[in-house]
Design a protein around this ligand. Sequence first.
Ligand code: SAJ
Length: 427
Amino acid sequence: PEVCVIGLGYIGLPTAAVIARSGCRVTGIDVSQQVVDTINRGEIHIEEVDLDGLVRGVVQRGLLRASIEIAPADVFVIAVPTPFEKDGNHTPDISSVIAAATSLAAVLKKGDCVILESTSPVGTTEALRDRLADLRPDLAMPGLGGGTPDVAIAYCPERVLPGRILEELTNNDRSIGGITPRCAREALAFYKLFVRGTCVTTDARSAEMTKLVENAYRDVNIAFANELSMIADRMGLDVWEVIRLANRHPRVNILQPGPGVGGHCIAVDPWFIIHGAPEESRLIRTAREVNDAKMRHVLARATALIEANPGLLVACLGLAFKADIDDFRESPARFIAVTLARRFGERIRIVEPFAGDLPAEFAGTGATLVDLDTVLETCGVLIVLVDHKLFRVVPGEQRSGAVIYDTRGIWTDTESAVGPPKLRVAG
Ligand code: SAJ
């Protein structure tokens, strides 16, 4: 089939490239001319393992091209952002999905299949269908009664992990939710072209909720670890040691505490559930609050530590939202580092192996981006915010003299200035 992928971001571009690799002719649509030009040169505007070679290859073979203008196709895949509004209520903003529907309505024809991949509140696929029905009264839409529909509409969430996107895009199982069973079957036939994992069909609303539940589950579990870390601080216990011991139980698997939860999914998607059922979503809401509170907790402790060591330079290790990726958006590490930079100015050094320059918000703070070796030689206070591999492998003797605040638990062999003396476990 001819495929049109709408939205060429972290999900849309790899998806478009993988579909093209399977032999389909793909047009990728994006609102940014710069993104379109970059891709048409065979280059990429985001960092992801092996994506550059894949995109170059499919563009050179003429299987993928990018455009600002919507193009007719047999299958439309929508992968646009669905943030929430900064209105204090975390109201989901599905305007980009509706805008995508509006533009593709112009070229939609009988027999086409429209698939939404963006993480969306329950009911969005039906809202998309309703928009198409309004704009194209000449086409029979699914689930509205009245004979065999002219087009298929389905919801099929991505569930790839940044840093492993290409591998997970092909190998993960997929939930495919049709507005009707027939829609699900049509979407299934499409995914079978490039997905090796098992594709399970369901209805659109269940598939929408499944995606939200997956990320809320992770948020709740990280919140448990983060809450434990704050309890351990209060009780004078080493949380890493306690978790390591508890995880020896065959049915316990506690996640790792950190400086808060970042990224574009786990800290966002639970709000879509809460918004849909505010009174019932008590645990999910509290988990969000705990994970946000952890960030403020780390900031307060780091501030106290820096104030208690007035003569020392301070290194913040990492800005990314998690280990070994170059994505600094929605990152607790970046928020903590810039807040410390605004407060302590020239005393702050930042190490981030994935940054060429400091993000613009550091301008005027006096903080500087330096390499790890320089920091280890000059900084007396080391604050670990990201567990990048580069930091994990720093030998104990290179950091033994420093005052350390390790929010990721990567250096459990050295004493941390924050938290209690170590418990020791044999074996
Ligand atoms: N984090 C911790 N402790 C942990 C695990 C994670 O503090 O033990 C933090 C990370 O540092 C990061 C945040 O949580 O700040 C999120 O990282 P992540 O690796 O858990 O997830 P993402 O945001 O990179 O990707 C998630 C994945 N969802 C699940 O694992 C359920 C991915 O499969 C989804 O496709 C993606 O969200 C998405 O796009 O929704």
